[in-house]
Design a protein around this ligand. Sequence first.
Ligand SMILES: [Zn+2]
Ligand SMILES: [Zn+2]
Length: 188
Amino acid sequence: MLQQDLHIHTTFSTSDNSVVPEQTVSLVAAVRHAIIVGISDHFECLVNGSFEGYEKEIRQVGLKVGVEVDGHPWVDEATNYNVDYYIFHCRDQNADYRSIDKLLTTGKPVIIAHPNALHTNLNQVPSECLIEINNRYIWRSDWKQYYGPFTNQFKFVIGSDAHQPNWLSQTIAHYAAAQLGIEEHLVF
Ligand SMILES: [Zn+2]
Ligand SMILES: [Zn+2]
């Protein structure tokens, strides 16, 4: 069993066509592939009234409630919702770096999502943020060069970014973390 997986999508991510109908909250809870499990659907899919049902369904099965926030335009609204943590898309632009502070002031954990895939400049990211090593994206870049200079500067979390049941895995992310000498930080 894995220690932790806080980056998981379900059928609540209605705009994401990688999600399959079988990827439900109840299936993720039943599989229970990690000790600490959180659901982190796209926040923009939850603002049209479905957040309440989302939160209720996740809490009923005892999982953590997260959301994946797509950059600065969504930050103000995201802070109004009762989540346990944020996963944040930080593109290489000042407005995104600046908006991280608003998320941090909530006191909730802020995980910078697959930064290697979004070309996030980690020099611009506050050290209180947790940096993700994402199983879906880590192998698509020169991850040694990208993460190498920052291994002592941040705490790191490993996420599957599962959109389908068979993606509930972190194999390549754990390999990369081990190669980098990074020990996973457990958030909860
Ligand atoms: Zn993402
Ligand atoms: Zn995601």
